[in-house]
Design a protein around this ligand. Structure first.
Ligand code: GLC
Length: 544
């Protein structure tokens, strides 16, 4: 096996994961939507990157309100993506290439189309079937107000009302995400048993690990108390401290159960948490030895281009997770975040989140340059790293026309938040125009922009200075220093400089001036770097 994970029993500690958003990776059946067959045909790309594992977004049966995160059958594959047999073949195909397979465990909610939810609605208030979810009576006259003031992470109230079997306006149910994603109640033994069975179903089929989606949400404070949210409040990090539905103390019971299932196999099956907390210490609690194996550092994917901010975060994370002997999984982006090449533009920084307009071509150049430098930082840090598809090509956010946006966040925030589709545009594989080898159909589920010809996998494979070539080189070199600690070196303000062992130093120049470089360059984010590191670039050097 590859990039440092190797045959190590605890391979996830230093692994490089490649995150596939299935709808947008490659289309194997010509309907304009990526699928399992497409991924299988293009697994070579993942293998050639040299990563250890492929992490795949949900492929389960789903009405696709939230791109497959609204699941109606966790133990079957949605026809949009293929069949169970194709999933089996994909797992085998990945293993044959030395790649491990991680899939998504979406355990906080189901789809409203799930048989559990249908039964809950059909069986009425007080039924056993309703206890798998959070059904409550409303407040006020006619019980017409939601049971409490909680808000959805996607905008608006976290409650929706059902119509009872007799046609009357009925109880309310909780959904921390879209109304089509009702939260399940983990205090129900049927829920716990159900998810244990789902885990076993996939682990028995050969899946090597699981991403635990929305792990901070799995338990709610008893009594579901109000928190002081207003209907127009947004679910921002400032609201997480003491929040009765996020990062509550009881969440750890659920995670210990998941861990016991993963530990029931001869070889370990790592659980990678999607976790967000108000403090690093609370974050570390999720990766204690009997909980999740590792967790994504989502804050790394939100960092501005600022050396102090990067260093502070790295130090905080390494200290907090070091205390529980868990490795971090660093990431620069995901299907939920802005692409780093856009995030690092001046336009993005100035518009506080990239509000309106778009960066100009020169600014995008700067963003791309910095994103590749940040990739060398990502891959040089102790722990695991996750690359989101397209980062290795230097892709940017692609503006999507209002009428074509599919992410429910856009609708649920009344357009205040344009959602995450800009980072989900189908990958460009080859050729000079759409669909760039993604599909045989010219119509892809989200439109690809013109002008990607130089960013296709094929074009970058033919260019030894491309982003893709740099990623491949860095992942290969990374094998030589995994397992070593990080030591910061003295450096001017705005320069990050640390060593990993004796033979590798990572230098990132976040200033506006060139920075003198000492040692033999192993890999750099800019062509022709020797003794001087230009602004917005990074290099790995052997100082000996
Ligand atoms: C996670 C997923 C995101 C999804 C949400 C609800 O945050 O990464 O894409 O919308 O969970 O399932």
């Amino acid at each position: 096996m590859t990039a440092g994970g190797g045959h190590e029993p605890e391979w996830w500690r230093n692994a490089v994961l490649y995150h596939v958003y299935l709808r947008s990776y490659a289309d194997g059946d010509g309907d304009g939507v990526g699928d399992i067959r497409g991924l299988r045909e293009r697994l070579g790309h993942v293998h050639d990157l040299g990563v250890d594992a492929v992490m795949i977004s949900p492929w389960f049966r789903s009405p696709m309100v939230d791109g497959g995160y609204d699941i109606s059958d966790h133990c079957d594959v949605d026809p949009l993506f293929g069949t169970l047999a194709e999933a089996d073949a994909l797992i085998d195909g990945a293993h044959a290439l030395g790649l491990r397979v991680i899939i998504d465990l979406v355990a906080n909610h189901t789809s409203t189309d799930h048989p559990w939810f249908r039964a809950a609605v059909a069986n009425g208030a007080g039924s056993r079937q309703r206890q798998r979810y959070y059904f409550r009576d409303g407040r006020g006259p006619e019980r017409a107000d939601p049971p409490n003031d909680w808000i959805s992470a996607f905008g608006g109230s976290a409650w929706s009302r059902v119509t009872e079997p007799d046609g009357s306006p009925g109880q309310w149910y909780l959904h921390l995400f879209a109304p089509e994603q009702p939260d399940v109640d983990w205090t129900s033994s049927e829920v716990r048993d159900g998810f244990v069975a789902i885990m076993r179903f996939w682990l028995d089929r050969g899946v090597d690990g699981m991403r635990v989606d929305a792990a901070s949400a799995l338990a709610k404070a008893p009594g579901l108390p109000d928190f002081g949210f207003r209907p127009e409040s947004l679910f921002t990090p400032e609201t997480w401290d003491g929040c009765p539905f996020w990062d509550t103390d009881r969440v750890h019971e659920a995670l210990r159960l998941l861990r016991s299932v993963a530990d029931g196999y001869q070889v370990p099956h790592p659980l990678v948490g999607e976790i967000a907390t108000s403090s690093p210490r609370r974050f570390a609690d999720y990766v204690r030895p009997d909980e999740l194996h590792t967790a994504f550092i989502i804050r790394f994917a939100k960092q501005p281009w600022d050396a102090t901010a990067f260093r502070q975060l790295v130090d905080e994370v390494l200290a907090a997770l070091g205390a529980v002997d868990a490795p971090p999984t660093w990431m620069l982006g995901s299907h939920d975040e802005h692409r780093p090449a856009t995030r690092f533009t001046s336009w993005f920084a100035s518009e506080a989140g990239g509000g309106s307009g778009t960066p100009d071509a020169a600014d995008i150049e700067v963003g791309r340059r910095r994103a590749l430098a940040a990739a060398l930082l990502l891959l040089a840090l102790p722990g695991a790293a996750c690359i989101y598809q397209g980062e290795e090509l230097g892709l940017t956010d692609i503006p999507i026309d209002d009428r074509l946006i599919q992410d429910p966040v856009f609708r649920l925030t009344g357009g205040r938040d344009r959602g995450r589709d800009s980072a989900r545009v189908p990958l460009p594989w080859s050729g000079r125009c759409q669909p760039y080898g993604f599909s045989t159909s010219p119509q892809t589920w989200l439109p690809q922009p013109p002008g990607l010809a130089d960013f296709t996998v094929a074009a970058q494979e033919a260019d030894s200075d491309s982003a893709l070539a740099t990623y491949r080189a860095a992942i290969e070199i990374r094998r030589s220093f995994v397992g070593t600690g990080l030591t910061w070196r003295t450096a001017p303000d705005g320069v990050l400089h640390f060593s990993r062992g004796e033979a590798m130093e990572c230098v990132v120049n976040l200033t506006q001036q060139a920075h003198a470089l000492h040692g033999r360059v192993l890999v750099s984010s800019d062509r022709g770097v020797h003794s001087s590191l230009p602004p917005g670039t990074a290099a790995w050097v052997d100082p000996r």
